[in-house]
Design a protein around this ligand. Structure first.
Ligand code: NAD
Ligand code: UD1
Length: 337
């Protein structure tokens, strides 16, 4: 079985490719490298122990997609390609709607033509906004607070419409909570360009001396220690969730929407403490005002994923921090090829 992984050179896609290889499935990567490095490819081949074919190009390019489906024996698609920076999405709505929404339209259209009906889609817990009840389950109202979140909600709606229109479609919509960490080999990991927005990459770079201190955004949230609470899950657990979804879709039609999270929340201070234990050094911190658009607390009810897929996380916060730090200590990027 060959699985097309769009965005397969990116943070999550690369870990999905590695997890597919561990599960004995072949991957084909489609990526335009707009937010990733070509140097990830030989590392993926080392991890997979085999050649990993690459199609370089844009997921919105229908001609390229038709050619890709004609040339390769693709039986399923994991669609990770997209733009993901919340702040930037408000400044570049056209780019976010075009890449995230039109990219998904083109892909589904060409899949339909090619008779490939199995699709796993990268959605986000950001579609919930600040949920009224915690833990948040999949029936919670969708109130995305950013352009990015609204593009994800739109693609979700579109995919559910598609599955309702034709019983051939087999679609899993995966709402990721906060993926973090890296592959334990330190061959692949998260390599954000410029100043990282997310907590764990910022901690890594600060502990490595790239930034003088971590700003803790908000200490007056209605949480036990006053800092924001999130559901962090190891990127390898997340990647394995995609493999479990593909296995499930092999004999189930329709559209399935699932939270992928650990099912518990950690505060910023708890993550910082775990990270300091993992790297064996202390990180300079300062207390800063709340970040615009941030919510106080969100964590998943992952029971549906456990019940339907038999999937749950197996790596804890300490493993997330240890693997993130190992990746950082090995360079934290792909510059050396
Ligand atoms: P990433 O930027 O590391 O990976 C995305 C990949 O897609 C990159 O390799 C990029 O070059 C590629 N890409 C972007 N636009 C493309 C286009 N038009 N055509 C072809 N390739 C293109 O991001 P990631 O963290 O790996 O996220 C993957 C998916 O998961 C995204 O859809 C994102 O919205 C979603 N997601 C991520 C997180 C997270 O915390 N990382 C959380 C929830 C959801
Ligand atoms: C961000 C995105 C969200 C996306 C998620 C995973 C925003 C508003 N939301 O969410 O849509 O799905 O990443 O990619 O950008 N923090 C600090 N200092 C820092 C960085 C973060 O204190 O330098 C705090 C934040 O305030 C938050 C927690 O750490 O409480 C986690 O932040 P982050 O990693 O950016 O994830 P989210 O805020 O959940």
């Amino acid at each position: 079985m060959t699985v097309l992984v769009t965005g397969g050179a990116g943070y999550i896609g690369s870990h999905v490719v590695a997890a597919l290889a561990r599960a004995g499935m072949r991957a084909l990567v489609l990526d335009d490298f707009s937010n990733s490095s070509r140097a990830v490819m030989p590392r993926l081949e080392r991890l997979a122990g085999t050649h990993v074919p690459l199609v370089e190009g844009d997921v919105r390019d229908a001609t390229l997609l038709r050619d890709t489906f004609a040339r390769h024996p693709i039986s399923a698609v994991v669609h990770c390609a997209g733009l993901k920076a919340v702040g930037e999405s408000g400044e570049r709505p056209l780019a976010y709607w075009d890449v995230n929404v039109n990219g998904s339209f083109r892909l589904a259209e060409v899949m339909g033509e090619a008779g490939v009906a199995t699709l796993v889609f990268s959605s986000s817990a950001t579609v919930y906004g600040q949920p009224e009840r915690l833990p948040v389950d999949e029936s919670a109202p969708l109130k995305p607070a950013s352009v990015y979140g609204r593009t994800k909600r739109t693609v979700e709606d579109f995919l559910r419409d598609l599955a309702a229109s034709n019983a051939n479609w087999r679609i899993a919509i995966l709402r990721y909570f906060n993926p973090a960490g890296a592959h334990p080999s330190a061959l692949i990991g998260e390599a954000p360009r410029g100043r990282p927005n997310n907590l764990v990459p910022f901690l890594c770079r600060t502990a490595a001396g790239e930034f003088p201190e971590l700003s803790i955004f908000g200490t007056d949230y209605p949480t036990p220690d006053g800092t924001g609470i999130r559901d962090y899950l190891h990127v390898d657990d997340l990647a394995e969730g995609h493999v479990a979804a593909l296995r499930y879709l092999a004999d189930h039609a329709g559209a399935l929407t699932l939270n992928l999270g650990m099912g518990r929340g950690f505060s910023v201070l708890e993550v910082v403490a775990a990270f300091e234990r993992a790297c064996g050094r202390s990180v300079t911190k300062s207390f800063a005002p709340r970040r615009d658009g941030d919510i106080a607390c969100v964590y998943a009810d992952p029971a549906r994923a456990q019940r339907v897929l038999g999937w749950s996380t197996s790596r804890d916060l300490d493993a997330i921090c240890a693997d993130a730090w190992r990746w950082q200590a090995a360079g934290g990027g792909y510059e050396k090829g």
